[in-house]
Design a protein around this ligand. Sequence first.
Ligand code: G6P
Length: 596
Amino acid sequence: DEGLQESVNRPRLLIIANRLPVTLSRSADSGTWTAKASSGGLVSGVSGINSQSAKSDQGSVKYDMVWIGWPGLAVEDDADKRAIDTLLSTPAASSSSSSSSSGINTMAAVYLDEDTSAKYYAGYSNSVLWPLLHYDASSALQLSSTHPEWWTAYVKANEAFAEAVMREYRDGDIVWVHDYHLLLLPSMLREKFRQDARMKREMMIGFFLHTAWPSSEIFRMLPHRRELLNGVVAADLVSFHTYDYARHFVSAAQRIIGVPLVHQDSQEVHSRDQSLVPCGSGMVLLEPHRTSPTTIGIHPIGIDTWKWVSEVKTEPVQQRIAQLASFLGLRSSGGGRNRMMILGVDRLDPIKGIPHRLAAFESLLTKHKHMRDSVILVQIAVPSRSDVEEYQILERKVAETVGRINGHFGSLGSALPQLANQPATTTASGYPGPVLYLHQSVDPVTLQALYALADVCLITSLRDGQNLVALEYIACQPQPAATPTTKPLTKSACLAAPDCQPETAPLKQPVPGVLVISEFAGSALSLAGAIRINPWDMQSVVGALECALSMSDSDRWARQSTLFEYISRHTAARWGQAFVADLFRAYERSRLASQI
Ligand code: G6P
């Protein structure tokens, strides 16, 4: 059978990430385990590696993909482990549980006991590393010294991952390690690999960091800085979303573990296929043993753009758009704009700057009384890491602030238009409070409808590795193909409120919304059509909102054209393919160097 033969000969790509791309659950009645697909940036990027729509240097190579990760819950019983292993190792189970086109052939679980997983995940990963990588050092450092057992658990968990990878690994496999949970894994794998006499070819290891990497002056404060850096530089390719993260990482490696930087002609590490984004950073480090260089890459992740674009046009999403527009009182009966909507979508995480966003909105309403009825902020805050104290404190703070804003600025206006002097066209069912806060996840149809309806998407991250909400918002807004005017984006267009050309006529046809994004989110660097803000400067955020809410249609179209053009080219599939292509080149360089 040719198909089978082809599959047997395919190279294998092992994806190693803290989480599996599925959520496992056990039926209380039958005790049977089932796997439900999760979505997310990494799943889209990895799924796109085998897609034929984007070209790569590897030609039409397809990979068998094996995903190795923690199931997200403690499984102690051996019979349960066997049942899960069987479920995850069945290709049919992985493809039916995730989208059928995911390309992930099988999965393998890394089991951690409850105590280890709590100290590794909520402890070291999310109470120490996560805040520190996002420049919030003081509580991270204090916690790391009062909880030395968290570090021990982090090492133990990385060891458990290394053992799981070695169980799965076959000579010639490609190993791709993801994110801050597994910074020690590349060096642990090298070590184990070198002790394994069965292996002929040196292991190919890539590492991608999905978060920010801070200035070396922040990173050097961490007690285990050396172990962590030595852990990562053992990979052939270490890659980041932005040039700045890569630069900070290189400084840390040079200054803290004394790894020399070998400057290379940047072209050499750029993709040879010019239709791909140049991804190499032009920086190469020498590993501590001075035998094997570590190539530093830059691969900003994208989204599955065309999937978002097509899904927003489907009937269920269009119906939800109509329902929500009516509920929120966004459109008048004549189809014109009645009330404008600002949207925030985040995990409820301290790095997202949600209190800063609320403060700016409160200031906007204080300054412009008429906006209290004519502008609404919809804030979706998906519950996240609720076993970490910082997240619990944030949850209380956000709930309190939302309560205060709605208490001050809410009105019965839309329920009783005559009291608030509302125009007769006001939708009676319009939501009365200025902030609609949902501390829950929303289904994909509702999320797409909210993205489509929002006049402004406001992202106020204090630091954020990349931020995909920005890209999803652009994908759900009207596309430039339908552009009524094609005015090029001028430099003066809306950089500050006074340059704005206010809109006068009521809206009849959808025009694109405006993306307002923190300059501290990685994706802001690539999104030239957005209004960029410093979330710490509240007045500048207020100014950006005034500008966005009053922007002319032609400026909105000019901005959306620039933004849409970017997301249509820099997709998740291209990210995955470019990383793998650059990993091959980095590996070749490492092998050449070790033969000298
Ligand atoms: C960030 C991290 C991911 C993580 C995700 C959700 O994007 O870079 O590694 O999976 O947040 O967080 P959680 O803790 O729920 O996995």
